[in-house]
Design a protein around this ligand. Sequence first.
Ligand SMILES: [Zn+2]
Length: 187
Amino acid sequence: MNTQLFDRAESACELCRSSDELAAFEPQPSRSQDLGDRALLCALCKAQCAPDAELDTNHLHCLHESAWSQVAAVQVLAYRLLSRLNEGWAQELRDQLYIEEEVLEWAKNGLNEGNEEIELVRDSNGTALNSGDSVTLIKDLDVKGTSFTAKRGTTVKNIRLSDDPGHIEGRVNGVTIMLKTEFLKKL
Ligand SMILES: [Zn+2]
């Protein structure tokens, strides 16, 4: 397997053509055992492919050439690196590439991995809320199952997050109720 890979890559990094510490690299999530789903990378390019790596823009100008590779794994890595580079040329190059739909899907899959957004609970201003925070109501709220209205300006201390990012739990008038986060402001 590795001999074939070195042959295909002509014993050079398939992104930058360096011959420094070459090793086979499989873009995640792993797709198949096929040779086309692996790339031969130098140590530097391999490090750049880690999802949280700080990108070396100068080095990645090598993508101008290698992004046009016919090898799926190389296309995927190039696509991801170009997407992560915050540079006009990188976006342009990425948009010019012709990548098979299946491969593109693979490229995009891995791009979101590791930085999957955890849905934050936010107040009416978009400020993140955490358990233990205090909030104030920005609107009079009828409290379901009770006869009282929680008045605008009421402070609710020591809130608890619930399973639903749209609601938090808090005590008003001694009763624990669910409050809609869109009617709250963090104190
Ligand atoms: Zn390289």
